[in-house]
Design a protein around this ligand. Structure first.
Ligand code: SAM
Length: 272
């Protein structure tokens, strides 16, 4: 009841959330106060912890400093906070990138057997039988609707003419979008499940620019997501080292042609 009341007042909710998380912000990092000012704008619209929000700023600075071409893409945006941060941080660098937000805007589809522990608890929780490939609304992890996210973007200054909302299941929207997205500098995948993650890698990895960053939010959290990433890397012989941002989120850099590179080296080298 109190929690619902706090959430209904955006400024109160933002302040309460910030006070709760303040210890998690790496405040000694140079430029952290400027980052906090931007993070403040999107803070009620993301479920990401502070370290992953700072990682987004690092990643955007890194691709801009290295001149890596391509749009910024997030698959799994929930209420839009993390893709808005990517866009707002990028706008400081005077780029002409577009920002792509993929989501059902209705929450998660059902997990499948490859999602192991989640699939088991989902089915044993009596949440219905699941037919693989038959995507239906589960009510899990539902953020704001697409119109509310659009209104949030314009309120915080994410330019409408450079932003594309891809509304629907990844399994439909991601393959269709490859006709329009020709290069990506950051591919951020935050879709929790095996099939959601795999669909995005299968269809979007090939248009990530060499040196571009692939960030997987749930690698350490959900075994289905990890399986999708590991299988994909094995199929494609990707040896670029995986860098842990925290226990759950990882990133790796797409190697420059015929080169295996480490995102740690790329990001660190360009931050110094
Ligand atoms: C953990 S939330 C994303 C959190 C978000 N990045 C943030 O900043 O808070 C996962 C999102 O992925 C979306 N999602 C997962 N699988 C999907 C699929 N197959 N198609 C469409 N949306 C999907 C859900 O609707 C949900 O909004």
């Amino acid at each position: 009841m109190i929690a619902r009341w706090v959430k209904s007042n955006e400024n109160l909710y933002r302040t309460a959330k910030l006070l709760r998380d303040i210890g998690g912000f790496p405040m000694r990092q140079p430029g952290s106060l400027t980052r906090m000012v931007t993070i403040w704008k999107i803070y009620t619209k993301t479920m990401l912890p502070p370290i992953r929000l700072f990682n987004i700023c690092d990643a955007v600075e890194s691709i801009n400093r290295r001149g890596i071409p391509g749009d910024l893409v997030e698959c799994g945006v929930w209420s839009g906070g993390s893709i808005a941060l990517m866009a707002l941080w990028d706008l400081r660098q005077n780029s002409d990138r577009r920002y792509h937000a993929f989501d059902s805007f209705e929450g998660l589809p059902p997990p499948i057997p490859a999602d192991n522990e989640v699939f088991e608890s989902f089915t044993s929780g009596g949440q219905g039988s699941i037919v693989s490939g038959n995507l239906t609304w589960t009510g899990l992890c539902q953020g704001d609707g697409a119109d509310t996210v659009r209104a949030f973007f314009s309120r915080v200054g994410v330019p409408q003419n450079r932003t594309v909302l891809h509304v629907g299941w990844f399994q439909n929207t991601v393959p269709a979008a490859t006709a329009d997205i020709h290069s990506i500098s950051i591919l951020r995948i935050d879709g929790d499940w095996y099939d959601s993650t795999k669909t995005c890698l299968d269809h979007l990895y090939d248009v990530v620019s060499p040196g571009g960053l692939i960030i997987i939010d749930d690698y350490g959290t959900f075994s289905g997501c990890r399986k999708a990433v590991d299988e994909f890397r094995e199929q494609r012989n990707i040896e670029a080292s995986i860098e842990y941002i925290d226990d759950g989120c990882v990133q790796f850099a797409k190697p420059a042609n015929n080169e295996q590179s480490s995102s740690t080296n790329i990001v660190n080298a360009t931050l110094s």
